[in-house]
Ligand binder design. Sequence first.
Ligand code: NAD
Length: 461
Amino acid sequence: MEELAGLTQSLGELRETFKSGKTRGVEWRKAQLRAILKLVEENEDKIFDALQQDLGKHPVESYRDEVGIVKKSASNSLESVQKWMAPKKGHLPLLLFPATAEVLPEPLGLVLILSSWNFPISLSLDPVIGAISAGNTVVLKPSELAPACSSFLANTIPHYLDSQAIKVIEGGIDAAEQLLQQKWDKIFFTGSPQVGRVIMSAAAKHLTPVTLELGGKCPTILDSLPDSDLEVAIKRIAGGKWGPCSGQACIGIDYILVEQKFASILVELLKKCIKKFYGESMENLKNLCRIVNKHHFNRVCNLLEDPSVSASIVHGGSWDEENLMIEPTILLDPPLDADIMTEEIFGPLLPIITLNKIEESIEFINSRPKPLAIYAFTKNERFKQKLLSETSSGSITFNDAMIQFLCDVLPFGGVGRSGFGRYHGKYSFDTFSHEKAVLHRNFYFELEPRYPPWNNFKLDF
Ligand code: NAD
């Protein structure tokens, strides 16, 4: 395989930079974080253009899900990095007196970040912010499936960030494979569980730690609600399903669980919301992203091909192949063994699964791989507690969808098949740091019984 142009030299340079100690200083870290802020502020229009080209994202959506996220994350890190870097004192047992203990965060070294195409700016820059805050050198490989954003990052980052410490390498699977053959101090991957396995086996060769931000099917439970709350819930469900990248979102709503008796009202309310937010029909769709490429377009359309699945469509179901648009589509009780209910949908199709009792949702979720996110719209505190204690997921959000992504105080990451490791805010800093245990002793007070000979010593506890 032909080597990526200058890869060995680039990695050598990044290792030298790390060795020099330059990236460890707080001022360097802050300067890079300020530079990221400047980069997004000065290039907002270019970012909107690139996202429009790659995904047809509306500028408001691009600001909300990409530019705004990066600005918030960089500002938060800028404000907090010095505090995060400080060693934390630990309390020691009297037995160890006199001594002091501290936990000292240290950078890992050279880290690789492989990102996904659905939020190609924020899912690239957000981990970079974490890696820089923690004092590492970085290689970022954006996804080849969002080529305008990938080339924007590759062309712009060198003008703002320290090129001796942060490099962007563009390319597809070949490039990823070559990068994975190298020795890294950490690999941070955002993508599918299938490729997650490839990443882990490559990392095993050098015992490289990995963070895997993967996907899966995120269920939404809709309990019985008073009318006014139901109205809000429906807006949040519609916004959470079709709003971010037309359903091409790892924490997007995959399907809804609802009691049978509420299904028809749910369908009617969702239809109204779709009409208001995204347009009445295929011909006048608005505010909706397109599917990223032909392959994914066919993949999503094929989920509807099975006659028993298409028979369950209660709204939508049409598409425009030329423009890679798929109408927001609702399905009522498609077969549970069909691909649409066994694979991550990652598109604008929304199955509704009816249950006799809403409590059955717990068993439904537990009989499937652990989700990245669960959403539950309910006012029943007992049911909330049951969900908390009896289900497992990367996150659980009550009475809203998707916005947990914005909460820097919450760790973002999966569990089980939806991945492991976490980031955002301080968690990003921790993900890219090693917490070194430091014990300081002096030379007073020797406890002689710790040393042999113990011949005449009796344990008398
Ligand atoms: P993907 O796994 O196909 O690709 C992700 C990255 O891996 C890309 O950079 C790609 O170049 C590289 N890659 C692809 N095949 C490879 C191979 N064989 N060897 C080495 N590298 C390879 O995922 P995707 O299509 O970009 O994204 C969709 C998936 O990502 C969904 O499952 C979604 O849920 C998940 N996702 C998760 C998060 C999260 O934060 N948890 C965010 C976005 C997307």
